[in-house]
Design a binder for this molecule. Structure first.
Ligand code: CUA
Length: 351
């Protein structure tokens, strides 16, 4: 038989795999890094069920190996048949009772936590922190009913308190998921689902104030690009954000921006609002509200926020996000028009 691969080859193979896997994901884009009460509960349940499964696998493997070795065919004993046993009350009781016990250990905390997570009674209180989430192909709208504002793509929330979510979809089924904080919850077209999350302030600081949100239901060609960001802020900063965004108006400082505003008002404004208190009804909100756009984490939820990417997005959204609803809704823009529109959009600040 050939010798097993030289040691250094095995070693380098393993280190390459480790390196490759280490590159997967970003910090706080994992359920294994819980950053809030809900995520903690879900993480504990995962640990508990994994521990039980591992225990079962170990016990079964040990018994299997023991039996294979103990009762193997030995030289000179080919014709010996071991003692045949049929039915054993003791064994049957043991292998019935143990799984029942394991299931009880698994069920009790799961049921308790499920009821805790589904408890949205606090939502009715006047001072409850509520966000209405509406999922669309392929963007997210966040409406703050108590604050009277609407924003998109960047969810902004206060830390260390229950934030209640009403989630729904306007076209097809999506799913609202902030891996390190909790979820996922389906967003449906025919009903509203409700749940709550808590964003831990310390973990938020560790994460640089930004968590990642995803669509977790295959919804179309750009499903994997249907990302959003979560900015978890201390209460005072959150209040300041609300106050600033409420009355924000587009800042049109230069002639270029003025020209950009004209282009915007000729076509883009049919779908995109630029004020957080824009009063149009839901059916008319066919694209992300752009109030505070210039201060968002990403463009279209996926691109780093810079002029180059913004122009690229305006020029050819289809390549960047196939199947999106902006493609083909306006004529091709010249380089000059792109500059003007970019200049205008950069004036849509949070304050
Ligand atoms: Cu929306 Cu996947």
């Amino acid at each position: 038989m050939k010798k097993w691969l030289p040691k250094w080859r095995v070693l380098s193979l393993f280190s390459m795999i480790a390196l490759l896997l280490a590159g997967c994901g970003k910090p706080f884009l994992s359920t294994l890094q819980p950053a809030g009460e809900v995520a903690d509960m879900q993480y504990s349940l995962m640990l508990l069920s994994t521990a039980i499964m591992v225990l079962v696998i170990i016990v079964v493997s040990i018994i299997f190996v023991y039996v294979v070795v103990r009762f193997r065919r030995r030289k000179g004993e080919e014709d010996v048949i071991p003692k045949q046993v049929e039915g054993s009350h003791k064994l049957e009781i043991i292998w019935t009772v143990i799984p029942i016990l394991l299931l009880i250990i698994l069920t009790v905390p799961t049921v308790i936590d499920t009821f805790k997570l589904a408890d949205v009674k606090g939502m009715e209180k006047e001072d409850a922190m509520v966000v209405n989430v509406r999922a669309n192909l392929y963007w997210w709208e966040f409406e703050y009913p108590n604050e009277g504002i609407i924003t998109s793509q960047d969810l902004v929330v206060p830390t260390d308190q229950k934030v209640y979510f009403n989630v729904k979809a306007s076209d097809v089924k999506h799913s609202f998921w902030i891996p390190s904080v909790g979820g996922k919850l389906d967003t449906n077209t025919d009903n509203e689902n409700k749940f709550w999350l808590v964003f831990d302030s310390e973990k938020s600081e560790e994460a640089g104030g930004v968590f990642y949100g995803k669509c977790a239901e295959l919804c179309g060609p750009s499903h994997a690009l249907m990302d959003f960001k979560v900015r978890a802020l201390p209460q005072e900063e959150y209040d300041a954000w609300v106050a600033n965004l409420k009355d924000v108006k587009p800042e049109v400082a230069t002639e270029t921006a003025q020209a950009g505003e004209e282009i915007f008002n000729q076509s883009c404004i049919g779908c995109h609002a630029v004020e957080a208190q824009d009063g149009r009804p839901e059916q008319a909100r066919q694209a992300p509200n752009l109030a505070g756009f210039a201060d968002r984490e990403k463009i279209a939820g996926i691109l780093d926020h810079n002029d180059e990417n913004l122009k690229q997005w305006l020029k050819d959204p289809e390549t960047l996000k196939p199947g999106n609803k902006m493609t083909g809704t306006y004529p091709e823009l010249s380089d000059e028009e792109l500059n003007q529109l970019t200049e205008y959009l950069k004036g849509l600040k949070e304050k």
